[in-house]
Design a protein around this ligand. Structure first.
Ligand code: P6P
Length: 306
C-alpha cells in the first residue's frame, strides 16, 4: 500500500506539484466530511453561470480556495462558482489552478455520486490564451461516492487512482491507467440534441444496435470515472440550441479531463473534431462540446457527427 506523497515522489513529480496536490487532496477530504455532515441545503443564490447553488457548492469553493492560498503556490485561481479570477500572493511558485468545486451538485438530493475537478496550469499571469496541451502540467478529480477516490494525471507521468482510507490517507489503488482503443460501453449525454441533429440520433442508434451497455448517471465526474476505471468507454455531450457552444466548461471540466484521458491513452475532441487540449482559452467560463474516451470510439463518433 503506497501513500500518495511517496508514490508521486517515486514518480519524480516536482516538490511544487506534490505540494499543490497535497493541498488539493486536503480540500477533497474536508469537502467529503462536509458532504457526509449533510450541508446539502439549497441556497437562493446563483453561481457565475446563473445556476442555483447548494450550501455545499459555496462551502467547497471556500475550502479549496483556502487550501490553495495556504499552498503559496497558486497565484491565480479560477472557480466555476466565481465570476472572476482571484489572485493570491504565491511566494513559492506561480501556478494557475482552475476548478469545479462540486460538479453535479444537483444530484446530491438523489444521493448519486458527485465530484470535484481541478486543473493545474503553468500559465504566467493569466489563463487567457492558454491551451491544455501547452499549459496544463497536472489535473485531477475526486469522486464522492460509496468510497472517496482521487484520480491524478501528471504531464508525461500517467494517470493514477488513489482511495481515501479509514484514517484519512490516500493510498494508490490503480497505477498507469491505460484505455483500450475500443469499447462496449457508452455514456450519451444531452440526448435532447438528437431532436435537431439527425447525425447524433444516428450515432446513438448505432450504439444501441451494436448492443452496447449504457453507463450514464448525469454526473460528468462519475460518468468519466467509470470509463477510466473500466479502461474503456465513450462519453458524449454535443452542443444544441439551448447550449450552442456546448454546456460543459473548458477550463473547469473539459480541459482537465482531456489531460487525464490523454495521459491514459484516450482521446477528447469537440464536435467539430478539434482536440479539447488545443482549444484556446478566450474567457474563463467558456463552454465546449466534448466526445471523450477510447480513441477509436471518439474518432468513429466524430466521423458520424461531421
Ligand atoms: P444535463 C452536471 O450538472 C453537469 O454539469 C455534468 O456533471 C453532467 O455531465 C451534465 O451537466 C449533465 O447535463 O443537461 O444532462 O443535465
Amino acid at each position: 500500500m503506497q501513500f500518495f506523497n511517496h508514490f508521486l515522489r517515486e514518480k519524480g513529480v516536482s516538490a511544487d506539484i506534490r505540494s499543490l496536490l497535497y493541498h488539493v487532496a486536503r480540500a477533497v477530504k474536508y469537502i467529503n466530511f462536509s458532504l457526509r455532515a449533510g450541508n446539502t441545503q439549497q441556497l437562493t443564490t446563483q453561481n457565475a453561470s446563473g445556476e442555483s447553488q447548494l450550501k455545499l457548492d459555496v462551502l467547497a469553493d471556500q475550502i479549496i480556495t483556502n487550501e490553495l492560498q495556504k499552498s503559496e503556490l497558486a497565484h491565480i485561481i479560477a472557480s466555476e462558482e466565481q465570476e472572476k479570477v482571484r489572485k493570491f500572493a504565491a511566494p513559492r511558485g506561480k501556478y494557475g489552478v482552475s476548478f469545479d468545486p462540486l460538479d453535479g451538485s444537483s444530484l446530491v438530493d438523489t444521493n448519486l455520486a458527485i465530484g470535484s475537478i481541478f486543473g493545474i496550469w503553468d500559465c504566467g499571469e493569466s489563463f487567457i490564451g492558454t491551451t491544455g496541451r501547452k499549459n496544463l502540467v497536472a489535473s485531477c478529480y475526486a469522486v464522492y461516492g460509496p468510497r472517496v477516490t482521487f484520480v491524478i494525471a501528471i504531464k508525461n507521468k500517467g494517470t493514477h487512482e488513489f482511495e481515501l482510507n479509514d484514517v484519512g490517507e490516500f493510498t494508490v489503488t490503480r497505477e498507469n491507467i491505460q484505455l483500450k482503443p475500443d469499447s462496449k460501453y457508452f455514456a450519451p449525454g444531452n440526448l435532447r440534441a438528437g431532436k435537431g441533429n439527425a447525425r447524433y440520433l444516428q450515432l446513438i442508434q448505432e450504439w444501441i444496435l451494436e448492443g452496447r451497455t449504457l453507463r450514464y448517471s448525469g454526473g460528468m465526474v462519475p460518468d468519466l470515472n467509470h470509463i477510466l476505471c473500466k479502461e474503456e468507454g465513450i462519453f458524449s455531450y454535443p452542443h444544441d440550441q439551448k447550449y450552442p457552444q456546448g454546456k460543459l466548461r473548458l477550463l473547469f471540466e473539459c480541459a482537465p479531463f482531456a489531460f487525464l484521458f490523454a495521459e491514459a491513452g484516450g482521446s477528447a475532441l469537440d464536435q467539430e473534431g478539434l482536440p479539447i487540449l488545443d482549444i484556446k482559452v478566450k474567457e474563463i467560463h467558456q463552454r465546449t462540446s466534448i466526445f471523450i474516451g477510447s480513441k477509436n470510439e471518439v474518432e468513429k463518433a466524430i466521423k458520424i457527427l461531421k
